[in-house]
Design a protein around this ligand. Structure first.
Ligand SMILES: [Zn+2]
Ligand SMILES: [Zn+2]
Length: 465
């Protein structure tokens, strides 16, 4: 007799055979991070790459239907790019189905056995890829669905799942939210009401700040592919019980940004107020009207500040940005100040971030959570909370790791501390020690009371405590 239990799973990782990935990723280092954080199940990453596949085949041991290395269960997993440059996350039941997948996509991939073929580009449509993966009994869904690059919902690409997948849309097992989106944003789209959301890390290193940075808490019988499949389709009481991840505002692509200088755009709406002070202010900003007459108040190295007289004006602005018609004034100035610039030099344009793009896609202003949708807890890795509180910049600092280890020794693992720990008693126990502040911060995260400067243009957002 087996019983249902909770298993924490991060199902999207990469191997050292993808570009820009730490070469220290191995089963040893992943297992070590998993144990200390409390992760039960990890995706292998890059399972179609031959060196990595053989390494996994040799080192994972099958026990009770699950592929294990020491205490951690692994799901055979990869990410494929289709001919629309959309990334698709893929989970597979066993090595024979991995082998079958490799043979099926081989004709459509340039160098599937190459050193850097961790995430291959497959020259097939999204719909064809769904059919291929289903044929080998795998599970597939769009990866990081809202990021401005390589995703299904990026600006200028698809507005609906069915536009990309056609009739194969019914076979999608999940949609991966990505670091810049969460259930509050994605549940504003009617088409996504029935699909299960995954929140995974897409980790490129074995670090405490990468693996499990986002994860899913599954309610299943065993940490196996079959059980996860049932949970994704919500069969036999299996389900995803919790999504945990970054506050979308902390993601790198939340806010509108300049495609070149990567300055983020902050917008505010000036309340119509006819007093004199305001008209003085208007005069002061009128120097910065851009070519469409939108009032750019100022800019600095990080931000461009736009201030709109009305909500409608802001909407017009957003529409033009979506059409890539609004140029970056900061870049214009840099270019025009360069004596060598040509008369018709191209000025870089502004690009929508995830927040504005979701506004475009949304059916509703507010999220409509369907009954099956689990809560989404906005959190950051414990090591980053400690770094903030002890004001230590480098996450590999010995002092910082010692603090982290102290808390793990006290309470067992990170996920227990951030999700389940009784914070009132923890605060009492560590009264007047810096750890009291750590627990207060976790409490603020749990209550959604953290102040945030939004990220964008490739820069992560910032929390202030
Ligand atoms: Zn990707
Ligand atoms: Zn710029």
């Amino acid at each position: 007799m087996t019983f249902m239990a909770l298993y924490d799973a991060d199902l999207h990782l990469h191997s050292p055979y993808s570009i820009a990935v730490s070469k220290n990723i191995s089963l040893e280092t992943l297992n070590k991070t998993a144990e200390i954080k409390g992760i039960d199940i990890l995706g292998t990453g890059d399972i179609t790459q031959p060196n990595w596949r053989n390494y996994m085949r040799e080192n994972l041991k099958k026990s009770d239907g699950s592929w294990k290395f020491k205490k951690t269960s692994f799901i055979l997993q990869t990410e494929l790019e289709d001919n629309e440059s959309i990334h698709q996350l893929i989970l597979l039941p066993d090595f024979s189905s991995v082998d079958a997948l490799v043979e099926k996509i081989r004709p459509y991939v340039k160098n599937i056995d190459g050193r850097w073929s961790g995430r291959p580009h497959v020259h097939r449509t999204p719909e064809e890829l769904v059919e291929i993966v289903s044929d080998v009994n795998g599970l597939i869904g769009p990866a990081h669905a809202f990021t401005p690059f390589k995703s299904i919902f990026r600006q200028g690409k698809f507005n609906l799942l069915r536009e990309a997948y056609g009739t194969a849309v019914k076979k999608l097992a999940f949609l991966e939210l990505g670091l810049s989106a969460d259930s509050y944003l994605a549940d504003r789209m009617e088409e996504l009401q029935n699909i299960t959301f995954l929140s995974n890390s897409d980790a490129h290193s074995e670090g405490l700040d990468a693996v499990g940075r986002e994860f899913n808490r599954f309610f299943i019988e065993e940490p196996t592919f079959n059980e996860i499949e049932k949970a994704l389709f919500r069969k036999g009481n299996r389900k995803v019980n919790l999504n945990l991840g970054l506050d979308p505002r902390l993601g790198k692509y939340y806010q509108m940004f300049c495609s070149k200088c990567r300055r983020r755009v902050l917008r505010s709406i000036q309340i119509k107020n006819q007093n004199k002070e305001m008209s003085e202010k208007k005069k002061a900003v009128s120097n910065y009207l851009n070519i469409f007459g939108f009032p750019l108040k100022s800019w600095d190295d990080t931000f461009l500040y736009y201030e709109f007289p009305t909500k409608q004006r802001e909407q017009q602005f957003l529409k033009l940005v979506a059409k890539k018609k609004i140029e970056c004034e900061a870049c214009r100035k840099t270019i025009c100040n360069d004596p060598k610039h040509k008369k018709n030099s191209k000025i870089p344009h502004l690009q929508l971030g995830v927040s504005e793009r979701i506004n475009d896609l949304a059916t509703w202003d507010k999220p409509h959570h369907p009954k099956h949708r689990p809560p989404y807890l906005r959190m950051i890795p414990l090591i980053e909370i400690l770094a903030k509180i002890f004001k230590i910049k480098t996450l590999k600092s010995k002092t910082l790791l010692q603090h982290y280890q102290n808390l793990i020794s006290e309470y067992g693992n990170e996920f227990y501390i951030i999700i389940d720990l009784d914070l009132e008693s923890a605060k009492k126990k560590f009264k007047a020690s810096p750890y009291e502040k750590v627990f207060r911060t976790i409490q603020a995260f749990r209550n959604d009371e953290i102040t945030i400067t939004p990220g964008g243009g490739g820069k992560f957002g910032e929390i202030s405590l």
